[in-house]
Ligand binder design. Sequence first.
Ligand SMILES: Cc1ncc(COP(=O)(O)O)c(C=O)c1O
Length: 381
Amino acid sequence: MSNRPQHELETIRAAGLWRELHRIEGAVDTWVTVDGRRALLLCSNNYLGLAHHPALAEAAARAARDYGVGAGASRLISGSLALHVALEERLATLEGTEAALLFPSGYHANIGAIATLVGRGDAIFSDALNHASIIDGCRLSGAAVHVYPHRDTTALAEALATSSARRRLIVTDSVFSMDGDQAPLREICALADTHGAMVMVDEAHATGVFGANGGGLVEALGLHGRVTVQMGTLGKALGCAGAFVAAERAIIDLLVNRARSFIYTTALAPPIVGAVAAALDIVAREPERRAGLLRRSAALRTRLGALGLQVPPGEGPILPVIVGESDDAMHASRTLLERGVFVQAIRPPTVPPGTARLRVTLMATHDDADLAHAATAFAAI
Ligand SMILES: Cc1ncc(COP(=O)(O)O)c(C=O)c1O
């Protein structure tokens, strides 16, 4: 037993899958000091550059003064703060649903929602590239899980047609976290109508980025009312932490009663809730932030493609540069850091074997000089 961690670590190292943490000094800004080296940050999900925005910091400080730093307990134990309730009402309005419920993280939201919506005797239809938290939620639910090939609605239709499960749930990322491409949500909603299935959409990488009001891809595609459950995160484009589930009132009430990852955990801390409200103000007031982000992302995609790098077509701030083998991706990541660009190599099991990649992510606060710096560094790999 005592040697087990060591053996496992050796196996991980031998497979080229060793992971380690880098030390960042200061805030998650467009430029950071990583392991003592100044570098352009191209690997955060802080898409709108809000994580260290003064308005969010001020709102967090105000909420800490007025409500305290911690929520004190789970909400079923010591009650919901007025701040929680106000934010949930605002998120429900943004997503065009009757109600919304906050969770401490997207991971909590996904495992809680999926395991509440379906259970033993039910069936889940899950895209092959869905996020790990969805995969874990599916396992936890006890439902039969049918994994359909990525974005393949023909395969999804076949699986739905042959399922005799009592309740069926189609679950998908709207924007895929490691590929940046988008789920065929219109087709998925049509299939759900045909087969009487529920649809759950994880908008982790779309909240604040897509949609006229920043509500996500469901909003952008005009699918409000067609999706059973929308999950969004508060720790990516909104720059804070936590997540929410938006749905009809009965589903939200069911989550309050059944979702163990809501019931058995301390409520989101007041400073975070205050800061999220300030982030939503900026999302509403400054649509040019997301427009600029999408424009710059398209520009960098073109520049990287012109260098001969393999960047699949797509829209939005996640640009995967496919490398192939894990060692090569790690080598490319190190080379980039030496040239002042911080980009992580993403390897199996996070992505399928043979598709190790550099996951480049942009922020609204990157400027043209930053893009030029990135292109120069990428030319070296
Ligand atoms: C698609 C997707 N869903 C859920 C999550 C989990 O969100 P959180 O980081 O808030 O736990 C992530 C982020 O890692 C994600 O990429």
